[in-house]
Design a protein around this ligand. Structure first.
Ligand SMILES: C[S@@+](CC[C@H](N)C(=O)[O-])C[C@H]1O[C@@H](n2cnc3c(N)ncnc32)[C@H](O)[C@@H]1O
Length: 281
């Protein structure tokens, strides 16, 4: 199904306004391949008809479906591995020391997609930090796309999905076979509070976060949108908290109030004006 130029431009504008995702000229193939299945599901024989319906008043539910279809939800367990090693070796030991008086930690996975990243963080805590068992640990995971959040909440993954990055020992320990799929045990699943949140609009009140995972989502946005989101993330982060970005993302030249900590593999980010350990609560 080919898309007419005017229809492509209309869809780009709609998706940009609602999600911040920038679709440049030349991405027609992407729009066609994502929207053709949606048109079929809606009983519409062509993309012309889909966009004609989108242009009519009262098309909000369809516009949401279009935006959902245009999000890229690619993810996997322990994606890129080294951020989870950094979490285990550097970030959590530091935060556990800083928070030993309050015994509270708070995590936020922004752009959580189908949940593999949040559950990888959670399994890292459970496997390596048993001393947190009686701490108050809160875990919020958000995404713009309701469909991926429903899958994340269900914690049910195909064989192919668990084959991508999940060590066999963790599969056996934390998952139960359900038909052809694997389901995360409910004790673990229910610890993550999955919520819908659009990073480009106003954010609802959230617990101040010690650790923010915001990986592989800024790449889709304009420079201005990246700047706005990074500034908002700073306001949600504790003063001595940590930010993880994707391998192709950075705060450099976007928000100088962060400092980058270069590690052997990859980097983490924290606020440039960060309290010293002795002064931390
Ligand atoms: C490529 S996935 C990244 C998933 C995970 N963070 C990872 O690195 O594996 C990008 C996610 O960003 C979400 N997303 C895109 N635009 C968004 C927005 N404006 N607000 C919140 N989430 C958004 C998509 O729905 C998608 O699930």
């Amino acid at each position: 199904m080919a898309i007419a130029t005017a229809d492509f431009e209309f869809v780009c504008k709609l998706v940009d306004q609602r999600t911040g995702i920038v679709l440049d000229k030349g991405k027609e193939y992407l729009v066609e391949s994502r929207l053709a299945p949606l048109a079929a599901r809606e009983g519409l024989a062509s993309l012309d008809l889909l966009v004609a319906r989108l242009r009519k008043p009262g098309a909000d539910p369809l516009a949401r479906k279009v935006c959902d279809a245009m999000t890229t939800n690619e993810t996997s367990f322990f994606r890129d591995l080294h951020p989870f090693e950094t979490l285990r070796r550097t970030v959590l030991p530091d935060l556990i020391e800083r928070r030993k008086a309050t015994r509270q930690l708070s995590f936020w996975c922004a752009a959580a997609s189908t949940g593999q990243e949040s559950y990888s963080v959670l399994m890292t805590l459970l496997e390596h930090f048993p001393q947190l068992a009686d701490w108050k640990v809160s875990f919020v995971a958000t995404d713009i796309c309701g469909e991926v959040l429903a899958k994340a909440r269900a914690g049910r993954f195909t064989q192919l999905e668990v084959n991508r990055g999940l060590p066999a020992a963790l599969l056996v320990k934390y998952f139960r076979k359900e038909g052809a799929d694997w389901e995360l045990i409910s004790d673990v699943r229910k610890r993550v509070d999955f919520r819908e949140l659009n990073l480009t609009t106003a954010w609802p009140a959230m617990p101040a976060a010690d650790v923010v995972f915001m990986r592989n989502v800024l790449i889709y946005f304009s420079i201005e949108t990246k700047k706005q989101i990074l500034a908002k993330a700073r306001r949600v982060m504790k003063d001595d908290g940590y930010l993880f970005l994707g391998g192709a993302e950075t705060t450099l030249n976007l928000d100088e109030a962060y400092e980058r900590v270069q590690l052997e593999k990859g980097s983490i980010y924290r606020k440039a004006a960060r309290p010293a350990l002795a002064a931390a609560a």
